[in-house]
Design a binder for this molecule. Sequence first.
Ligand code: ACO
Length: 429
Amino acid sequence: MTESLTVRDNRTGVEYDIPITDGTIRAADLGKIKASEDNPGLAVYDPGFVNTASCRSSVTYIDGDKGVLEYRGYPIEQLAEKSSFLEVSYLLVHGALPTKEEYDAWVHEITFHTFVHENIKEFMQGFRYDAHPMGMLMASVGAMSTFYPDAANISDPDNRRLQIIRLIAKMPTLGAWAFRHAQGKPYVYPDNDLSYTGNFLSMLFKMSESKYASDDRIEKALDTLFILHADHEQNASANAVRSVGSTQVDPYSSVAAGVGALFGPLHGGANEAVLRMLRRIGKVENIPAFIEGVKAGNERLMGFGHRVYKNYDPRATIIKQQALNVFEVTGTNPLLNIAMELEKIALEDEYFVKRKLYPNVDFYSGLIYEALEFPPEMFTVLFAIGRTPGWLSQWLELVQDKEQKIARPKQIYTGERGLTFVPRDVRWA
Ligand code: ACO
């Protein structure tokens, strides 16, 4: 039996049967409900798309109540422990895990597309000395469309694949150069003998040594963080990528829009706020007073709570373990003890339990980034590198989805109508 919704329009007394599919009704079916023939159909008002499905997607599954996150059906915990960022990227983009040949070819292609055109380097050097690395990243990703005009041919699958490889390969190069720029250090060219994260670390931190060797545990931690950030279904930046991509523009322009969305403090910036909070608390003894302040509504416990997860954010558990691994190499951060004690107290406290507030992905990630000597402005750049395969998988799904149209929402118009224009010389006389 098909499920349906019966709606009675009290303006006209007419009843409508609206089919329910996958827990949703079609907005177009509501559009058939009209008070009179010349009346526009009923629409839904949903600022921020809080309760509107914009697409069908088979990339990422989230069950926020149970704390479940899966990429293409594989639980995030298994991928973080046993896979690699490039394998996860393959999985997200292709929808299935690679064979050995497919994996080797994928890694080889990404490794050999890490270099960028010299002119990109030159215009990056033209940014102000204190340019925010996210602004530099957004501009240079967008500018890549001018270096690869063939990317406009989005209906050709081989062409799409080439641009996807280029983007995943070149994001670390652009991100690392934005970092070096702020430090006034020479940009380091990619080293194709190294792994994806090993090469990224080399481009970030190499000085006069002929070859940069990073610690395996640091490489693994960064690789894991990239995996954890690789996709999160229809979040603000994925929605930006899809919205811009729906105009059939090239993927560089779409991904630049994603970087712009991620730059916003409501999306990519909470881990920095966690660090500021931990520093302000200063020592473990100050935690009870701080918690009382949070419960009194003076401020929020940063890194806790999530719009979707009403349980432990599965990424937080994995990041916590990675933080411990990183501190083995870098030496411990005194803020870690405060963070762990804060978490323990909050998880037992009635206020947090009742509101289902658990640590989110940002609670420990800032501590890791700080231990790796990244300034806070770089935190979002790391997020963007990790999120690139997710953005591209969402874009790929969009351009192949026959149901998709150019993203063009309706509005409820609240302004004036039919005014008569009075020219300046009359108005100001
Ligand atoms: N500390 C204290 N109280 C909190 C917190 C918190 N971190 N988060 C939510 N609450 C309380 C609210 O005060 C509210 O209490 P009330 O019912 O007594 O009024 C209740 O919990 C529900 O809060 P909402 O704001 O309605 O929850 P929402 O889903 O809109 O917010 C959000 C989610 C924005 C993430 C929120 O939990 C928050 O501000 N957390 C801190 C910032 C943070 O860590 N952001 C990163 C999120 S992860 C990411 O973006 C990658």
